[in-house]
Design a protein around this ligand. Sequence first.
Ligand SMILES: C[S@@+](CC[C@H](N)C(=O)[O-])C[C@H]1O[C@@H](n2cnc3c(N)ncnc32)[C@H](O)[C@@H]1O
Length: 272
Amino acid sequence: MEDHLPQSVRVERRAVSERESREANGPDWDRYADEYQATHGAFLGDSGFVWGPEGHTEDELAILGEVTGLDVLEVGSGAGQCSRWVRTHGGRGFGLDLSHRQLQHSRRLDEETGIAVPSVRGTATHLPFAPASFDVVFCSFGALQFIRDIDDALADVRRVLRPGGRFAFSITHPTRWMFPDDPGEAGLTATQSYWDRTPYVEVDDATGVVSYVEHHRTLGDWVRLLARHGFVLADLVEPEWPEDHDRVWGGWSRTRGLLTPGTAIFVAHLAA
Ligand SMILES: C[S@@+](CC[C@H](N)C(=O)[O-])C[C@H]1O[C@@H](n2cnc3c(N)ncnc32)[C@H](O)[C@@H]1O
């Protein structure tokens, strides 16, 4: 859920390594974190659990189910809002994020709410936890679409989950890749191939350094990835835009949301 494009960057579509992706996205989220939390913090709620720009919450969707007594890891946890919700519902929520500044916001909210989410700086492809440490791993628009080596990430999620463990994640709905990232009418006309997985890359015009990266996978890619790593897909939730919801978040808006899905939530588990 990025929604900024500084004037000094140019957009390219080209291959990038995992390292380039990480080295771009960590500092990018550091730069953007203050604005992100100022713009979206109230919508997310300090201890709220929102699955996407449509505003559907975990209270409504019950994607994770009962979390009481469970060890729960949020990958790409940002300011830890969702994990704080887990803690207020009896779970032991932990966060992991690539961005130091996002984690500073998490500490700020820990102090302001009195609900602390133990969190660590790291990347989704190298989770710094022992095997079978968690009952649930989830991402709410966290990490997965910023990663090139997605097989490494899924293998690591599988490694840290206990048998029967649940893995749920929301991402930009893969069909959105076909459209310009524009919340208005221009965002309703398909202009690029759904099957073109070439990453979206922003390059700093002044330095030539890659400053932001997103990786696209089709719905079928995600289904095959989950299967390849031993997950059983239980559901694919495509939250509908609420009739009375009129908030613009980057390319997400009522104009587009009433016609096309903006978020996909995959719900999977390991065999018990
Ligand atoms: C859209 S935010 C979502 C955060 C939170 N779930 C929310 O709703 O505000 C995406 C987060 O993913 C983190 N992120 C990006 N790449 C990552 C990676 N490779 N490993 C872990 N976190 C990553 C970013 O730093 C950012 O905090």
